[in-house]
Design a protein around this ligand. Sequence first.
Ligand code: MG
Ligand code: MG
Length: 281
Amino acid sequence: MTGFFSSGAEDKRVFYKTDEEVELMRQANLIVSKTLGYVGTLLRPGITGAEIDKAAETFVRDHKGRPAFKGYHGFPATLCVSYNDIVVHGIPGKRAFKETDIVSVDCGVELEGFYGDAAFTFAFSKVEEQTMELLRVTYASLYKGIEQAVHGKRMGDISFAIQDYCERQHSYGIVRDLVGHGIGRSLHEDPEVPNYGRRGKGPLLMDGLALAIEPMVNMGVREVYQDSDGWTIHTRDRKPSAHYEHSVVVRKGKADILSTHEFVFDAVKNNDSLREVSPKN
Ligand code: MG
Ligand code: MG
């Protein structure tokens, strides 16, 4: 799940995690990552978001996790399921998926008081090539951002890296109304992690800072609007949007990525062009 820009996290303090806390977050993120992989095994044309969500909730609880989104400010489900022009925060519903769909699945898990949060936009088998390109660019931009999540850099270095990578190649719209976030004992902690910004600006990144980095990139305009359900965020021009997320910890030299998409890539075969843009390790 993403934060709303400047809406305020639950806890405005910035926490630096101890090694023990990071290990608990890694365990929470392992459940998140396995859940995304499990979702990948279920996704097929005809299945609905509600069906996937029900199975994912059972899966998370079977792994001793608590679905972190369920009940969060009244959100009714374990997953955010956001297809096609839905950017994020889609409520899993009764619409059956089609072979031409893309669908962002976002999962949060709380385990022993610590949170994990990650997302992956899946492509069904008949997605248009220009939409696959949107997915590849957005996915690669996540890792461009993560590359900057090192001790001594500033938030603007992450933000700029994501924005620059996406805008350099295409006239995509980087969503500004929603942002990544600090994470740890709360799902949303400070600082905010915008997907646009200026190099060298913003809060200093220091060892032990845990962040959910999550580019949201639209094929068309960057403007979005919220559905009357109070959650679902659509692109204004109804063109497709992509969303990928990892939870990471800022470290000296190189970020520690707590979540993984390896379970997703093991589960789904027609998303290999995405795997190729992720770093090897
Ligand atoms: Mg999320
Ligand atoms: Mg998030």
